[in-house]
Design a binder for this molecule. Structure first.
Ligand SMILES: *[C@@H]1O[C@H](CO)[C@@H](O)[C@H](O)[C@H]1NC(C)=O
Ligand SMILES: *[C@@H]1O[C@H](CO)[C@@H](O)[C@H](O)[C@H]1NC(C)=O
Ligand SMILES: *[C@@H]1O[C@H](CO)[C@@H](O)[C@H](O)[C@H]1NC(C)=O
Ligand SMILES: *[C@@H]1O[C@H](CO)[C@@H](O)[C@H](O)[C@H]1NC(C)=O
Ligand SMILES: *[C@@H]1O[C@H](CO)[C@@H](O)[C@H](O)[C@H]1NC(C)=O
Length: 253
């Protein structure tokens, strides 16, 4: 009993100490297309997948891993991607937490995508990584998940804010798509010394072709700079699909 109570206190403290972390990303995306049963073979495979992705994404210099566990029809397939500035321990902890998020938000769902600050996780019963093949890649099927902070506002003109965010993200995605060294592939951050300062981060999964990465970023950028999401001048915004992510935040004082 004592251990249980202590755990509850520790969770509450963690929430108090890092209020921003959970709020900066969209909620998990449940496929809701097929469910698995408790203690089924799929669940056992999903547990194996969780361990493999956690170990392999964090051990990979690019912070990226794909894996499959078990055989069809109970195969669990997955992908985990930690941004280029995430170290191995943060990456491993994030992938583990993302599996817990998935189980909580989408219980027994065979297909879930989770977006967190330090990782993106997707798992499914089918082999979705095939989507990257040239004959499968259909950019129109990428539907971004976006999170903006509507409660706060940057104190500038609409025109200034729109130009600053657009300019920052354009330079950022060009640089990220061209960043192809083995350790930090398709990853870039950028700080623009405006008043307020704007900070941006862009990351594509390393398995993408350069043109796929550029196309992926273009979709996210269009969403982030659309009037719908820039109106109200939110001080932070993050947009994700499984294959790429794009974020900005303004240092508001
Ligand atoms: C699953 O296994 C756990 C532990 O063995 C057990 O407590 C639980 O009742 C089982 N659930 C089902 C639905 O079989
Ligand atoms: C994890 O990575 C190692 C080394 O690349 C590889 O041999 C192993 O098959 C990977 N595990 C899974 C489950 O993919
Ligand atoms: C990894 O990064 C986290 C968060 O930035 C930091 O707290 C931790 O000390 C780092 N760990 C190592 C081993 O560098
Ligand atoms: C917004 O900025 C203007 C000009 O700098 C200033 O006069 C005003 O007080 C600011 N408003 C808020 C809510 O900070
Ligand atoms: C890869 O790129 C990053 C960022 O540009 C740089 O800091 C790092 O040194 C590069 N690594 C190698 C092995 O070139």
């Amino acid at each position: 009993m004592l251990a249980g109570r202590y755990a509850t206190v520790a969770v509450a403290l963690a929430l108090l100490l890092s209020p921003a972390v959970a709020e900066e990303t969209p909620p998990p995306d449940c496929d809701a297309s097929s469910a698995y049963a408790a203690n089924s073979t799929f669940q056992a495979n999903l547990n194996l997948l969780a361990a493999a992705l956690r170990a392999n994404a964090s051990a990979s210099p690019a912070g990226f891993a794909t894996a499959a566990a078990g055989a069809a029809p109970d195969q669990a397939n997955g992908l985990a991607l930690c941004p280029g500035d995430t170290n191995a321990s943060t990456c491993a902890a994030c992938v583990a937490a993302a599996f817990r998020d998935a189980q909580q938000a989408c219980p027994m769902d065979k297909g879930v995508t989770v977006y967190r600050d330090a990782c993106v996780l997707r798992f499914a019963g089918r082999q979705f990584v095939d989507f990257l093949r040239e004959d499968q890649w259909l950019i129109s099927e990428l539907v971004p998940a976006i999170f903006t902070d509507p409660a706060r506002s940057v104190n500038t003109s609409d025109a200034w804010f729109s130009a600053a965010v657009t300019g920052t993200l354009t330079a950022l995605v060009d640089r990220a798509a061209a960043a192809t060294n083995a350790t930090r592939k398709y990853f870039a951050t950028r700080e623009m010394d405006f008043d307020p300062k704007l900070y941006g981060l862009a990351q594509c999964a390393p398995d993408l072709m350069p043109a796929q990465c550029q196309g992926c970023f273009r979709i996210l950028q269009n969403v982030v700079v659309s009037a719908r999401f820039l109106s109200g001048r939110p001080p932070s915004s993050s947009a994700f699909v499984v294959w790429c992510s794009l974020r900005y935040s303004a240092f508001v004082t």
